[in-house]
Design a protein around this ligand. Structure first.
Ligand code: 6GU
Length: 232
């Protein structure tokens, strides 16, 4: 049988000083299922293992003075060189508040890649020469500052990983997500049909598929106009 789409298996290699921060989010729910199905492969690399010297130091004072440490280039380069010698990577992503803001369109594009490296920024960030020599893409998850890039990397793997064909089933299909068509999702209801005196909209109980679909679309449009006119 000819497959209808290319068989995607995505591999993420995440370089971090805090792999513990990434373990739990990647080992539950849909991410766990994606890994169990063999569609998503995530490898965590402890940056400190690539540092040398008695203290395996990964950061140092910044030239020119000023508060805050900078991530040293050598351990990062050692880890990247090892990975790059093993396979080809589509992108080397650096998570940083001054990167391009992650949105659904960036996620969609990244979900078509096979091998991605994510370098998690920390402290004041990495020595700029690492960005110049290796990094191909810089991503921020929003206009606020996190204490490290790990939570941003977890957001990236989740938002991209769930788009790999086969990760979601029909019911959880990404096609119906907010943002996928630049519309927010419509309101949803479950049992009981009346709760606290509040009934579920009649149309959802009508069994009339076409009317329900139209209603949901109208609701999505109204919500988007009211809450996120910028998406419109
Ligand atoms: Cl990717 N890193 C950090 N440290 N803060 C952030 C961010 C990333 N995205 C938004 N804030």
């Amino acid at each position: 049988m000819v497959p209808l789409y290319k068989f995607y298996k995505m591999r993420f290699d995440i370089i971090t000083v805090l792999p513990e921060l990434l373990e739990s989010p990647l080992n539950h729910s849909i991410m766990q299922r994606a890994r169990d199905k063999g569609l998503l492969d995530v490898h965590l690399h402890q940056l400190r293992d690539y540092a040398t010297g008695k203290h395996r130091q990964v950061d140092d004072y910044q030239f020119g003075g000023g508060a805050g440490m900078v991530m040293k280039p050598e351990p990062i380069a050692a880890c990247l060189d090892k990975l790059l010698a093993e396979r080809q990577y589509d992108e080397i992503i650096y998570t940083t508040p001054d990167g391009v803001k992650l949105d659904q369109s960036v996620c969609n594009q990244l979900s078509l890649k096979n091998n991605l490296i994510v370098l998690c920024g920390h402290y004041k960030g990495v020595d700029d020469r690492i960005r110049q020599k290796y990094v191909t893409m810089e991503i921020s998850i929003g206009d606020y500052v996190l204490s490290g890039g790990e939570l941003a990397a977890a957001v990236l793997v989740d938002s991209v990983g769930r788009l790999i064909p086969g990760v979601l089933n029909d019911e959880t299909s990404a096609l119906f997500d907010s943002f996928q068509d630049n519309l927010l999702a419509p309101p949803v209801y479950t049992r009981p049909a009346v709760w606290n005196g509040m009934p579920v909209p009649d149309i959802l109980l009508s069994g009339h598929e076409k009317n329900i679909e139209d209603w949901r679309h109208d609701q999505a449009v109204e919500r988007t106009k009211a809450r996120r006119p910028d998406l419109f």
